[in-house]
Ligand binder design. Sequence first.
Ligand code: FRU
Length: 497
Amino acid sequence: SSEEQMYRPNFHFTPKKGWMNDPNGMFYANGYYHLFYQYYPDGNKWGPMHWGHATSKDLVKWEEQPIAIYPDNDKYIFSGSAVVDVNNTSGLGTGKMAPIVAIYTLHDMTKEKENKIDVEQQDIAYSNDYGFTWQKFKEGNPVVKNPGIRDFRDPKATWDETHKQWILVLAAQDRSQFYKSKDLKNWEYLSDFGKNIGAHGGVWECPDFFQIKVKGTNETKWVLIQSLNPGGANGGSGTQYFIGDFDGKSFTLDANFAKRVEQEKAVWIDYGKDNYAGVTWNNVPSADGRRLFIGWMSNWDYAQDVPTFVWRSSTTIAREIKLIKKGNDYSLISNPVKEINKYVSKTIKGKSLKGKGKLSILEAGKLDLTQAIVNFNLKNIKQDTYTFILSNAIGESLTFGINNSEHYLFVDRSKAGKNDFSEKFASSITKAILDGNQKEGVFKIILDKTSIEIFYNNGEKVITEIFFTNQPFTSLSVSSNEGVELSNLLINQLNIN
Ligand code: FRU
């Protein structure tokens, strides 16, 4: 139907039909970035979980592939990861190609209905054609048995080059657990992290764990990404992260980062309501050394009720994550992958803009705001609120900006079209607390038909949100009391499909 296509993003990945949630098992091999995802092909709500599959040559334009892994009756294939086993440590390789080994949670629905504890275990499947077809490792599963914890899932494997071992991190109810292996088949328990640290408003899910260089140095740190639901930064599901060190057995928080976690209760990879269960790609070409991330662009608070019916949910834009150090403080920044720039089809460069009240930044009809990157710097920020307004011909609007009296970045989608499908969808303004008085703000914003992704100050703070306008946004303006000063305005229209 037309309503169906009306809300389908122009370029963010959506399955043609069916339900999608978490991204799973991403890796790069032989020219393709692979993306798998929690998938129920036969309905528009969560159901028997498969691993759906899509590929891309550039992380921007995705092509849906046949379903990769099917459930066996009541045994659903939950979230997990995949690694390119370059040296065939698993022995599962049969030819010249490195086998790809996927490790995921097998969730037993019958046991769940019987209220058993050992509902979840970790299984593996492997591919000998660089990820296009898969076999379950029938003779060897499970590779990690349930240790008596009801929520015991979402294994993320990674090669630990420093200690020459495979590491597995998984979510065990209220903590992350670490395991090690030589062959991806036999796993030994190492340690726990996180009970009583960070946000605990809900069950921990979908961790990721990797070593990363501090930008501009040769120092490395370990990053633990840890989603949870509920208890996110602005309600519902959300993703926090931790920075520290790993001695091959245990993860220890960096002392300054620990203070920050205490002060802020949690540090979030994204403060928006719609970036959940994100993890990073395995085996990204080492020449570019990038750490690449993608999330599920929805929230368990309302994901199953959004007004799309043939398909549900999309992914975020793929992002590059970097670790920066300011003084003694480490933090992650994220930005859209650079590949998106090759799809720029039209550019509007603004003069600098200065004035009070409401000022137009982009008039209707000048450029297609349903696939665009908007960049500008907000200068000379006063103790004031700067409200940017995306609007359309029927009076719907989405506002975002900075409140520099109370020091936060915000998005308000309460007037941005349909929201009556869930009370939780637009009942509050999304806020990301900023440290202290802002003097200058650098904005990079990715717009699709039904989403906004704001990367503030080179990705130090991110807000990702979806919306359902009845007509596309066509213009952008800004309003303030004290007066606004914009520079470096650059609006790039994209042409991705
Ligand atoms: C997170 C999650 C995971 C689980 C999957 C099931 O959104 O709940 O913990 O593996 O979804 O689809």
